[in-house]
Design a protein around this ligand. Structure first.
Ligand SMILES: *Cc1c(COP(=O)(O)O)cnc(C)c1O
Length: 229
């Protein structure tokens, strides 16, 4: 932290400025306000020095896809950056619900009753309430988490009624190798149908398209941090 590599710091600051510029341009094209679109820096698999450089560049909203990796990385950094916002964007096992509720400000991957039950219990126990998004499997892929689009509206209603959750928005990850636009359009329609106005959609390859379809947060990893294995 104190001996941050100045080359990495400059590179990361420049990358972030470029992505923010692209978000701004896409917002303008869509006649939307750039301030209505949050850039979520997906820091999974990134080395600590690049994450610290991103923090130094002013980035405060980060997304992780694994609870344990996120704990290791953020538990202490959280103390240093009280205005940090941490989002879980990967699948959550019910037995990790406690850790997730303790660490994350937003959980974007609620997609089943067993998880809702576990989250409700932990929220009551810890007195800490992360904001919740429902993940929709817009491509209906077998291997992907998320609720099927056909039952998404009923699911959101059940989350409100049976668990008392104020669902903030919907999230999706379109199938690889398909145009993302129709998936973003579907997610926007579903959000309207269940009365939520936040849409977490768009990654490095398609965040500008997502903004055109109404994304209120875009989850950008490689385009922001650079390629890495
Ligand atoms: C990894 C990941 C991203 C970021 O993907 P990039 O293509 O690197 O921008 C976004 N959302 C989720 C759910 C991810 O797992």
């Amino acid at each position: 932290m104190s001996d941050m590599n100045p080359d990495i710091a400059a590179e990361i600051a420049e990358r972030r400025a470029t992505i923010l510029q692209r978000v701004g341009a896409a917002a303008q094209t869509a006649r939307r306000s750039a301030g209505d679109i949050a850039l979520v820096a997906i820091s999974k698999v990134q080395p600590d020095d690049r994450v610290d450089a991103m923090l130094a560049a002013g980035q405060r909203v980060f997304g992780e896809n694994r609870v344990q990796e996120a704990q290791a990385r953020w538990t202490e950094r959280r103390e240093r950056y009280p205005d940090l916002e941490l989002r879980l964007v990967g699948p959550l096992q019910s037995n990790k619900a406690g850790d997730a509720v303790a660490l994350f400000d937003v959980i974007e991957t609620l997609d089943r009753d067993s998880l809702a039950k576990a989250l409700r219990k932990e929220i009551d126990k810890q007195g800490r309430t992360p904001r919740l998004y429902v993940q929709v499997n817009t491509g209906e892929e077998d291997q992907k988490s998320g609720i099927s689009p056909q039952v998404a509206v009923a699911f959101v209603e059940r989350m409100r009624r049976d668990y008392g959750f104020a669902i903030e928005g919907l999230m999706c990850i379109p199938p690889v190798g398909e145009p993302a636009g129709p998936h973003f359009a579907l997610l926007a329609d579903l959000a309207k149908a269940c009365g939520v106005d936040r849409l977490s959609m768009g990654m490095s390859g398609d965040f500008e398209t997502a903004i055109r379809f109404g994304a209120t947060s875009v989850r950008v990893g490689t385009a922001l941090f650079g390629e890495r294995g």
